[in-house]
Write a protein that binds this ligand. Structure first.
Ligand code: PAD
Ligand code: ZN
Ligand code: ZN
Length: 376
């Protein structure tokens, strides 16, 4: 009776090598070891970062790998010593863990836990082994949570219990996209009422920054994207103006300086290109502007910029998962959703069966979707 303690065979999407479509495979998922949890994933979003994994454009990825990090599911079984969740609980896997004990977790000014894939191998579990096997070969994990698998295993520091009534096919966006963008505005930039904000990149994460800026009371929110089809949703969520850099002969930073006088109070780079990172810095107010980097830096990239841009008073910051201490905060964000404080449902443009995962990636790459949610 039951699957606890046994290997589970299920469906997963494996990236065997760079620049190839995902392949739906039957994988074997080993039971959780001590301080690990095995979860049945019910729904998972496709984030821009998963696309970077397929294209091999971010550091420290080992193939074959099962990507996915924006999921929601139900605990199937727990390993020895796990006390934070029990079988049957609804959960969100945390792509940035929170152990609660290390010096970083005890520091209120950072959400980067020391016991994470940021500091250790990120493509294996903390004990440097894999729980996934396919065709006799060990498959790598992604960010310790690999949500593109019907069953997946994660450390107990990388899981948060959420409200029993939460709709998993919606709240999966709190695992990454919505929490990241909303938190970048609220926690990292600390947007003030009446301020002017500019958001470079209006995908699922950039639109969540728009939501955060609006809820913080910004009076002017300028959305920037090379795909004008993103503007309708941006306006619906609170952007007061939307501009396409391709409509101007001059660089977009000059356009923004002209539109605002001395630059915006807060700018956000949510694309992941070095040129837009520097453009976002230049666009913010010379004496008091804050620029937040959210887009993932391309593999091996370096930035070149005039240090005078910082000398005069601009602040340049970055953030992971919107600066949230994930285990503490994500359940609260989900409760806020249940209380209708915010509604990331509007970011979900497509819901597809898991088997159509490559169609979901094509929708993202062609700019036709904001978020596709895959359901098992
Ligand atoms: P997405 O692909 O849905 O959105 C990117 C948007 O940028 C699209 O609408 C593009 O049209 C637009 N774009 C492309 N080039 C330009 C340009 N030159 N100027 C303006 N707009 C442009 O991805 P997403 O919203 O899921 O993710 C966005 C980035 O955020 C991506 O790099 C992802 O890896 C990163 C991310 N970071 C974190 C974090 O914790 N820091 C978390 C989640 C995602
Ligand atoms: Zn920690
Ligand atoms: Zn993500």
């Amino acid at each position: 009776m039951g699957t606890s303690g046994k290997v589970i065979k299920c469906k997963a999407a494996v990236a065997w090598e760079v620049d190839k479509p995902l392949s739906i495979e039957e994988v074997e998922v080993a039971p959780p070891k001590a301080h690990e949890v095995r979860v049945k994933i019910v729904a998972t979003g496709i984030c821009g970062t998963d696309d970077h994994v397929l294209k091999g454009s971010i550091p420290n990825i080992d193939y074959p790998i099962i990507p996915g990090h924006e999921g929601a599911g139900i605990v199937e079984s727990i390993g020895e010593g796990v006390t934070c969740v029990k079988p049957g609980d609804k959960v969100i896997p945390l792509c940035l863990p929170q152990c609660g004990e290390c010096s970083f977790c005890l520091n209120p000014d950072t959400n980067c836990c020391l016991k994470t894939h940021l500091h250790e191998s990120q493509n294996l579990m903390p004990d440097k082994t894999s729980r996934f096997t396919c065709k006799g070969k060990a498959i790598h994990h992604f960010l310790w949570i690999s949500t593109f698998s019907e069953y997946t295993v994660m450390p107990d520091s990388a899981i948060a219990r959420i409200d029993d009534d939460a709709p998993l096919d919606k709240v999966c966006l709190f695992g990454c996209g919505f929490s990241t963008g909303y938190g970048a505005a609220i926690n990292t930039a600390k947007v003030k009422p009446g301020s002017t904000c500019a958001i470079f990149g209006l995908g699922g994460v950039g639109l969540s920054v728009v939501v955060g800026c609006k809820s913080a009371g910004a009076s002017r929110i300028i959305g920037i994207d090379i795909n004008k089809d993103k503007f309708t949703k941006a306006r619906e969520l609170g952007a007061t103006e939307c501009i396409n850099p391709q409509d101007f002969k001059k660089p977009i930073q000059e356009v923004l300086l002209e539109m605002t006088g001395h630059g915006v109070d807060y700018s956000f780079e949510v694309v992941g290109h070095t040129d837009t990172m520097v453009a976002a810095l230049v666009s913010c107010h010379m004496g008091s502007g804050t620029c937040v980097l959210v887009g993932t830096p391309p593999l091996g990239s370096q930035l070149s910029f005039d240090p005078l841009l910082l000398f005069t008073g601009r602040t340049w910051k970055g953030c992971l998962i919107g600066g949230w201490k994930t285990k503490d905060s994500i359940p609260k964000l989900v409760s806020g959703y249940m209380e209708k404080k915010f509604n990331p449902d509007v970011l979900i443009t497509h819901t597809l069966p898991f088997d159509k995962i490559n169609e979901g990636f094509e929708l993202l790459q062609s700019g036709k979707s904001i978020r596709t949610v895959l359901v098992f």
